[in-house]
Design a protein. Sequence first.
Length: 229
Amino acid sequence: MNESLPIEIIKPVIEQDSFRSVLPCVEKVDGMIFAVAACPEIPMPEQWMPWLIQSGSSRLVDSDVDILADTLMNGLRSHLDYMRQGRIALPPYCVDGVESKGDTKRPSYALSQWLTGLLFVHKNVESVWQNAWQQAEKKESNAETGLSDKKGISEPPEARLTRCLKMFSTLANIELAYQQRRADQVAQLSENLPLLMQQLPALLKDYTNLAGDLACALPNQFETFSKST
């Protein structure tokens, strides 16, 4: 399949000199766009695009703003297309192998930045998730597809989301994860890191599936997720 990944769509523009001092690295930008696309109710562009601007002292000319906005929207559409197909557009090079520092292993810098971007946006849209959650709980008792039993999934959605965010946070900031553990736990986490990274695509898929379940409880979510048949 020769379909371009979202990061390949945005990279030529994001890495131009005129944007380098204004935006985070391309992996962080892509992770942020992923989280916007996965939100149960996608925020409007004028809300989420400013989240990417990391330097208030830098100014873009109008033509640059138009180019950037078009690029970011194309990246969002690409992520949504992948999600509608049940696929996760995580750049493969982000999870290809682990790095070593001293006696411990670490995810690649690219992966940590991608997940840092995801978590940053998730924090900004927590209220949206909570609202969707409340709406879903109201409808679950008499809906045809409840959050707890959809597609045979019996695990509470709260546990699913908590597990996803815990994994994302651990891999996004492995240094903090090591600092919060005893020496024996550090050694165990380091040893298991390659296995954890292999599980990441499945957790990202569950994260988007959960968002899709919640989106079904919200009105006018025609452009976010297509309903399963």
